[in-house]
Design a protein around this ligand. Structure first.
Ligand code: ADP
Length: 141
């Protein structure tokens, strides 16, 4: 059974509404393992890199302002089939379309204010983990 690791970001709505603990409890309750955690401010450069795929969208400035409203918390999370399992736990990007019982369905507001970012593939996870965690900031145990 191969263990895979993905990147989660607790967005400013999760941080400012004190929802980090209950969301983390859902991840841990699902058997996912924390390999790294840190709090950081999402600087302009990092933000443009992380959201390069939406940089030309009309809603990008709004996303930028939202993501910089408070610090975010980055999590390296390990488990079997972790990308798909996180997607199931979170629900779809648009919280309004997310079923009750999912994190976004229970705690999210809309398509932008949606509690967490999660890598959408293992390839993306590798790039994104490297973006947020320096060597030595992720742990095997
Ligand atoms: P995901 O983060 O689920 O992979 P995307 O990569 O499509 O979703 O979009 C990145 C982020 O941009 C979303 O998490 C959300 O915060 C924001 N976003 C996407 N679409 C919209 C939209 N139509 N209006 C406002 N914000 C959006």
């Amino acid at each position: 059974m191969s263990q895979e690791t993905t990147l989660i970001l607790f967005k400013p709505d999760a941080v400012s509404k004190a929802m980090v603990g209950q969301v983390l409890a859902r991840f841990e309750g699902a058997g996912l393992k924390i390999r790294g955690v840190k709090m950081l401010r999402f600087g302009d450069e990092l933000l443009r890199e992380h959201y390069a795929h939406i940089a030309s969208k009309p809603f990008f400035p709004e996303v930028q302002a939202f993501m910089q409203r408070t610090p975010v918390i980055a999590l390296a999370l390990e488990g079997e089939n972790v990308v798909a399992r996180i997607r199931d736990l979170l629900g779809p990007t648009d919280s309004k379309k997310a079923a009750k019982g999912t994190i976004r369905g229970d705690l999210g507001v809309d398509v932008m204010v949606n509690v967490c970012h999660a890598s959408d593939s293992l390839e993306a996870a590798a790039v994104e983990l490297n973006r947020f965690f320096a060597p030595g900031e992720m742990f095997d145990y």
